[in-house]
Design a protein around this ligand. Structure first.
Ligand SMILES: [Zn+2]
Length: 202
């Protein structure tokens, strides 16, 4: 795929596809649409990677001290209560990942059950207390190069949501030092797994 077309054809095709769509440009240049789509994806990936390579380092440096302090505090505070759970939780996270359809269907067929769960969750959240401002959330995301801590995808590709490091169900508060940015998908896979380990390893 790489040798058949020149770089300039490739670049033009990507640019034109952005303007008139990949179907039309495929016809016009007589190149399979799948090839053009592959180029577009590849190009996008390269742009995103380039962006995060440059910016990750910048943000990491800027917030290094603060992140380390956060991470250490978490680790010391919650070490005992969570270490034993991590292995089990890793296993169940893996299971969830491979059985995502089963879970979605289960959720659909048990709507009332999930409504109760949600109500309980909200009550618990209120009880645990805490909260953070929009500014704090933005700063936190910046500190991690606006990317998901689990899969590494940036906000260019995914929507980041505030995830409780120590889960609400384990008594975690909603203060900013118990929050980490995850994408929606990772957040739903993670569920109750205590994840401060990921922050520490940054
Ligand atoms: Zn993610």
């Amino acid at each position: 795929m790489a040798t058949k077309y020149s770089e300039s054809i490739k670049e033009n095709a990507i640019q034109m596809a952005g303007l008139i769509g990949s179907r039309k440009i495929a016809k016009l240049l007589d190149i399979p649409r799948s090839t053009i789509r592959y180029w577009i994806n590849d190009n996008h990936k390269r742009q995103v990677n380039g962006w995060s390579r440059v910016n990750k380092y910048k943000y990491k440096e800027r917030y290094k001290e603060r992140n380390r302090a956060y991470a250490k505090e978490y680790y010391l505070k919650h070490k005992d209560e969570s270490e034993f759970k991590i292995k089990n939780n890793m296993r169940s996270a893996k299971w969830r990942k491979t059985n995502i359809n089963y879970l979605t269907n289960y959720q659909k067929n048990n709507k009332d059950k999930f409504k109760t769960y949600k109500a309980k969750y909200r009550a618990r959240k209120k009880q645990n207390g805490g909260g953070f401002t929009e500014r704090e959330w933005i700063d936190l995301k910046n500190a991690f190069a606006n990317s998901c801590l689990l899969c590494g995808k940036t906000e260019l590709e995914v929507q980041l949501v505030p995830d409780h490091i120590v889960p609400i169900s384990f008594g975690g508060s909603s203060n900013i030092n118990n929050i980490q940015p995850l994408c929606k998908r990772c957040n739903s896979i993670k569920s109750n797994r205590e994840n401060f380990i990921d922050v520490i390893n940054l």
